[in-house]
Design a protein around this ligand. Structure first.
Ligand code: HEM
Length: 549
């Protein structure tokens, strides 16, 4: 399962055994796998009764998210953190971060254009660019600045033109050590799940200890800086405060961490104490410094590679569908010129790779006003929206997740597709019967407390029973009229599980991606900036497939 390109196998099993079946995990442990939308809706709507299994939380924590970040905490602690974090991810607040997205997207585009002009092995007009590594740099810079006002400087150090070159930024290097070590020791991580005695042999090399210390030191410094800024603003109670809380202006100084600390202070401050935040009416405990610290690494772990991978797959899908790519470019260009084809002549000399493209955004006059105007237009651009939805449906960056039943005494999970008895087997000549000899159909499946359930996000997104026979094809136009069956998936991005779903009540738990709006706005601005001036094609000499590294 680990090595197979991850959707194919699950779709194959679903075709053989139905939407809900059991497979054997590591050392034979049984796991329930379901692509049934009703079952998935039930599990996700009761998020606190279906938490992430310990080994999943452990492995997320070791991939830098920490044990007290939003990705890894459960129950009451999660509810409290989510409430404090939610305001930082609101529509207005994300709007404030748009200048960062424009800035990094433009920087990346200029680097690629420069490479296109100078690359030695450029064959005629088609230079080869390793898109994923560059996008990983760009999205690291984005999450650094928009997440906590920190400059990773990953794009600026591009002079060597080799994105794989080691970074000189100490926080990026520390994160790299932790992230790659966590990935490398997968087998050991799995063994530690089954044999807890092995947990004491966790690798804690001097490099790892130092990497953790660096992350902690820089994180604490950032928290201190933000607290000082907020306190200064509070004491001045000036326009600056009004401006930042209303979300106006540029992003400088208005990062997620700062918003989170403001929200945390408001939460932990007795209502009598003056604060620039509107009174909530209730007094809740805030997050500890350790919890705030863990959110910094959580933002990097959850928001960096996911978005780089999403953007890479968007470009891949467009490269494989030249017609859709040209249509998108035409639509985006018409946005810029108020719906007219003006500017086409200027671009006629632009070679593939966009070498005749524009100057950076800065030379267009009032840069901020122009970005704001374009940002608004992008939000209303239907075809761009279809392209992004379709690419993220087909290529969900988080391809699966797991839950464990924690309901005392187990649960009965409802199904929309019944399980037949005798159950279907791989071989048509053999049949299994229900454990209790039962015959007929079952419209629910019984799970015991402790049973592990796999939710194959990407396989659900590509399910033919939901999306039709062309479910595996990139066809943005399908979003003009999505099939009714797709609406049974209560996803954040209609009909898909890419960002998981949010149909749970606050008390039952909401584990959907809190950064979905951040990601979508970032992706759209990057696509606009890159696709406008460059044409993307696949390198014919490369085999591109999706693997969990
Ligand atoms: C295209 C980009 C992204 C995708 C596809 C994505 C997908 C997801 C998914 C599937 C989950 C649920 C994981 C699970 O419960 O097993 C999740 C959770 C989360 N995501 Fe994202 N994400 C993206 C971008 C971001 C960004 C940019 C941020 C932050 C800036 C972010 C922050 C988080 C956090 C903090 C959680 C945990 C939420 C909770 O448990 O309450 N994500 N994401």
């Amino acid at each position: 399962m680990h090595d197979a390109e991850n959707t194919g196998l699950i779709s194959h099993w679903s075709a053989l055994y139905g939407a809900t079946f059991v497979y054997r995990g590591f050392i034979g442990g049984p796991r329930l796998m379901t692509t049934d939308p009703v079952a998935i809706a039930h599990i996700l709507a009761n998020a606190y009764e279906y938490p992430k299994p310990d080994f999943v939380r452990d492995s997320l924590a070791s991939m830098a998210a920490g044990h007290e970040g939003l990705l890894t905490v459960e129950g009451e602690q999660h509810r409290r953190q989510r409430r404090i974090l939610a305001p930082a991810f609101g529509k207005v607040q994300i709007g404030c971060l748009e200048p960062v997205f424009w800035d990094k997207a433009t920087k990346l585009r200029d680097i690629w254009l420069e490479q296109a002009n100078t690359q030695e092995d450029m064959d005629a007009k088609c230079p080869r660019i390793d898109v994923l590594s560059w996008l990983a740099r760009a999205t690291l810079d984005v999450i650094g600045e928009a997440g906590f006002g920190y400059d990773f400087d990953a794009l600026s150090s591009h002079a060597s033109a080799h994105p794989q070159n080691e970074t000189h930024n100490e926080l990026a290097a520390a994160f790299g050590v932790i992230f790659s070590t966590a990935r490398k020791f997968r087998v050991m991580t799995i063994l530690q799940v089954w044999f807890p005695v092995l947990r004491r042999f966790r690798r804690n090399s001097a490099t790892m200890v130092q990497a953790h210390a660096t992350m902690e030191r820089i994180g604490l410094d950032l928290i201190e800086q933000k607290c000082a800024q907020i306190l200064a603003e509070e004491s001045f109670s000036s326009d600056t405060c009004k401006q930042s809380s209303s979300g106006a202006g540029t992003s400088r100084g208005r990062d997620l961490l700062r918003l989170l600390i403001r929200s945390n202070l408001a939460s932990a401050t007795p209502p009598s104490k003056p604060t620039t935040n509107p009174p909530s009416g209730k007094h809740h405990p805030g997050m500890s410094t350790r919890e705030v610290l863990c959110q910094i690494s959580t933002f990097i772990a959850a928001g960096h590679e996911t978005t780089a991978s999403a953007l890479t797959w968007c470009l891949y899908a467009l490269a494989r569908a030249p017609h859709a790519q040209s249509k998108l470019r035409a639509v985006l260009r018409s946005l810029e010129h108020g719906g007219t084809p003006e500017g086409e002549d200027n671009r006629q000399n632009a070679a593939v790779g966009g070498m005749g493209g524009r100057d950076s955004l800065g030379t267009w006059g009032d840069r901020e006003a122009r970005e704001k105007d374009l940002g608004d237009k992008l939000k209303g651009c239907e075809y761009l929206d279809w392209v992004v939805r379709e690419a993220l449906r087909l290529h969900a960056p988080v391809s699966s997740t797991m839950r464990v039943c924690a309901r005392p005494g187990g649960d009965e999970i409802p199904l929309s597709v019944p399980i037949p008895f005798p159950a279907k087997c791989a071989s048509a000549s053999s049949h299994a019967v229900g454990v209790d000899g039962e015959q007929g159909e079952r419209w629910s499946v019984r799970v015991a407390e402790g049973d592990i359930i796999s939710i194959p996000i990407q396989a659900v997104n590509r399910c033919k029973s939901l999306w039709g026979d062309d479910a595996g094809e990139f066809r943005p136009e399908r979003w003009a009229d999505p099939p009714p069956a797709a609406h049974t998936i209560p996803g954040l991005m209609s009909g898909t599980l890419t960002f998981l779903n949010s149909n749970g009540s606050v008390s039952a738990g909401n584990r959907a991606c809190i950064g979905w709006r951040f990601a979508l706005v970032e992706i759209k601005i990057f696509l606009y900036t890159l696709v406008m001036d460059m044409e993307f094609r696949l390198d014919e000499d490369m085999i591109i497939e999706k693997r969990i590294k």
